[in-house]
Design a protein around this ligand. Sequence first.
Ligand SMILES: [Zn+2]
Ligand SMILES: [Zn+2]
Length: 305
Amino acid sequence: MEVPPYVETITLPYPYIPEGVKAYLIDDDRPTLIDTGGGGAESLRILGQALAEHGSKVEDVEVVLNTHAHPDHFGGDFYVKQASGARVLIHSLEAPVLRDPGSMLERWRRAYSEAGLQFAPRGYLDVLGSMRAVEPDRILSDGDRVELGSVELRVIHTPGHSPGHLCFFDEDAGVLFSGDQVIGSGSVYIGGPDGDLPLYLESLERLLEMKIELVLPAHGPPVGDPRRRIREMLRHEEEREERILRILDEGPRDLHYVAEAVYAGESEVLPILGKMATLERLRKLVQEGKAESATHNGGTTFSLV
Ligand SMILES: [Zn+2]
Ligand SMILES: [Zn+2]
């Protein structure tokens, strides 16, 4: 299925994300942006230029729909709202970050320390300290409908990557704006401080039940065969879990050992995020009673039950 004519895809640069992040312009009665990118000078310049190419401008934007409050997705909100007075919409569980972006730093610091990592707010996170706060105009919940003219989007709450993550679904066209829930290539980061792997997998299963013809993700290319891609993403997680179970089958292991073994030979994975994602997978196994953790001499090990 082709990208519908009312949608314009805008790819914005973001540090440490080589393929960048996508915002979508819905060019209807009420020009709408789904996400606004990181908000850095270059990102805003490209956003303005892309809108101009589509005969629009930042001042025309009436609605900003946020998939979630990660810095690569909402950093432009302040500037778009300032220029246009656009109404900013987001889930209640993401709103606190919009109101106080700096608060995320403390949560990341805690997540790093839980994974035994030295906190270094570089790269992906270094923008948080300078991000501008935005007061949301409307809080969205699962099942809400957002009218944009001839297009109506249904709000689908898909927690897991972050607690208040939303997808936006054009039911008539079968098009899902999926944010970071389903991405075009690679795998989604599920780990501290926002991730919840069991919830994320549930959200993927839920999307499998829906009649989606095309997924427009925030990262990577459009997905023309959503069911296959979603199954592939589920399978990826299963494989990681099976690998962890095999590693623990050898005996009690600490997080560092498990993460190194799970990601052996995968240079594209940032070691830090790999470790935090592994910790979340171990937590899931403990929660499900398949593994247990033990702390001795200040160190924690995981073993099969
Ligand atoms: Zn995200
Ligand atoms: Zn993202």
